[in-house]
Design a protein. Sequence first.
Length: 150
Amino acid sequence: MSTHQSSPLTIRPFGALRELVNSYDAFYHGVSADVNKFGLSIEQFDIIATLGNTSGLNLVQLGQKTLLNLSDLNQLLDSLEDDLLISRDLPADKPMIIIKLTPAGEKIFAVVFPMHMAYLQRCFGQLNQSELDMLQVFLRRLKEAFGKSS
């Protein structure tokens, strides 16, 4: 008689991964549709939204608060500066350049940011606070797991 051992349970993450990617894709397209109306990419909007309601941030702070790497960030800052939506200033009392919205950038922020918040509220409002808390925990654990595997 031969004994047949079943293989250990194998986790199949593809369904969850597909939903994660599809969720991000839907978010990206939804936000892009709104910000494109103002001639902005979602990455440019990320910068404007991050700088909004601040007196400015240095490059390190901006890099930590956005979803962008430093190389992309610098290119985007150049384009936003060309469009006169941000300025880069070197205050006499600070050793680092401060990036801030210009009056034109503030106007765009004042219109686009509330639209963005309403969009997020419509989407995330479909979940209760407990579900949002669990989602945040699960996504943080997933991020940590991906970080450990590299």
